[in-house]
Design a protein around this ligand. Structure first.
Ligand SMILES: [Zn+2]
Length: 424
């Protein structure tokens, strides 16, 4: 990890502030700027962790801080420790500790052995900008806290970032929810990850989830979540790529001066739109977008040189072919709409599901605007599988939507995703 000090800025400062906030030392806005407040927080954090309070976050400070990003730590068991006492001491639950240590007999804890203690807060942050680095902390934290969550890597981006899929549940009904095909729609990454984690947490704590038994949902569904299909793009929008990569993207954007940079960026880092890359009406998409002037790599709307030229789309496509999805949901922003058709094609059950989703979210089940109606993931899934595939345009406003919208988007879309999970 980068050594950070007074005056540092950027995504790593965001991560540091998040860790300090979770540890209880930073109570201000997480803004990625290492100013006086962050300096004071680092000093106090260092003092109480046995480090020299120099206010510089180097390797030793990071070493103590990272566990707050992972959302768990390991502890050596002492005589008298029980799940219940540990839970009380660290603000978590005995069920959460049991879930993170599936091989361990609570009535016979191995004194001197190591135990994983999940913190009481969720791993998934919903109040900070996301990046591929943050996602890596989150997926590691989730798979340790909830060992029944499996992590798969389905591909790699041009900047060599892994494209992640999280899987959970034992059911025959396979459901795929993906997010952040589009870079500046990254608020969908915390949304779908938060959903998975909330489901997992309800499951281990024997609580209902979205008005249902989490246990029976777990038994009937296998949920696959791809939180960030386009991590390079998300990193670009949130200032988490190298200067070299940012400059290369800026040169692409220079040809499209009407699109603000980097906030207007939707494409992958090479300027190919990953949701205009699927082999479903790709030639039509190309004709439409070329006519609109997107004839070269661009911040959005360039279809690439051939179908699946974006490695992100190729990965999602190949992954889909290895599974047997009953339903897919692709998250985008914004517009509060649910698209469920490809051309005139409406798979069996799709309209009913869309209506239910609309009912629980307050969104509108709508026809896709013709000029946006080709080469997206939903289009390809409906074309090739003839099963319900949805694009959900969450939230309202100008992308990237502000995090202040998150609570509302969550409230609208948790029930919507639960409709996708439930057999009808
Ligand atoms: Zn989009």
């Amino acid at each position: 990890m980068e050594t950070l000090r007074f005056g540092s800025t950027g995504n790593n400062v965001t991560l540091l502030q998040l860790a300090l906030a979770r540890a209880g030392y930073y109570k201000f806005k997480i803004d990625g700027i290492f100013g006086t407040r962050t300096l004071n927080a680092v000093r106090r954090f260092q003092s109480s962790n046995g480090l020299a309070p120099d206010g510089i976050a180097g390797p030793n400070t990071w070493d103590k801080a990272e566990k707050y990003l992972y959302g768990f730590f390991t502890l050596r068991l002492r005589p008298g420790d029980t799940f219940f006492r540990l839970a009380k001491r660290y603000g978590t639950t005995a069920d959460a500790i049991a879930a993170a240590n599936p091989g361990m007999d609570p009535s016979n804890l191995p004194v001197g052995g190591e135990i994983i203690v999940p913190y009481g807060f969720p791993v998934t942050p919903t109040d900070v900008p996301w990046s591929s680095d943050l996602l890596e902390y989150v997926v590691r934290g989730l798979t340790v806290r909830y060992p029944f969550i499996q992590l798969e890597t389905i591909g790699q981006t041009p900047l060599l970032k892994p494209i992640r899929v999280l899987r959970m549940g034992n059911g025959r009904r396979e459901v795929f929810i993906n997010a952040a095909h589009h870079a500046n729609e990254w608020i969908t990454s915390p949304l779908v990850t938060d959903y998975l984690e909330s489901f997992a947490s309800a499951y281990v704590n024997n609580r209902p989830f979205e008005g249902q038994s989490a246990a029976s949902l777990f038994a009937s569904v296998t949920l696959y979540v791809a939180p960030m299909v386009n991590p390079d793009g998300v990193d670009l929008v949130n200032g988490a790529v190298s200067r070299e990569a940012e400059n290369a993207a800026r040169r692409i954007a220079d040809d499209y001066p009407e699109i603000s940079f980097p906030s207007g960026w939707k494409a992958n880092i090479r300027g190919v739109d990953p949701n205009l890359s699927y082999p479903a009406g790709w030639d039509e998409a190309k004709a439409i977008k070329f006519e609109q002037g997107f004839t070269t790599p661009a911040p959005r709307d360039f279809v690439g040189d051939a179908p699946l030229a974006a490695p992100e789309s190729r990965a999602v496509c190949d992954f889909t072919r290895t599974r047997d999805f009953a339903v897919t949901v692709s998250y985008h922003t914004q517009g509060e709409e649910i698209y469920y058709k490809y051309l005139d094609k409406v798979p069996e059950g799709a309209e009913e599901l869309a209506k239910k989703m609309a009912e629980v979210s307050g969104y509108a089940a709508a026809d896709v605007p013709f000029r946006s109606g080709f080469a997206g993931y939903k289009d390809w899934f409906i074309q090739d599988y003839d099963r319900p595939g949805f694009t959900v345009e969450a939230g309202r406003g100008v992308n990237p939507l502000p995090l202040s919208q998150y609570p509302r988007i969550r409230e609208e879309n948790f029930p919507l995703m639960t409709v996708a999970l439930s057999d009808v």
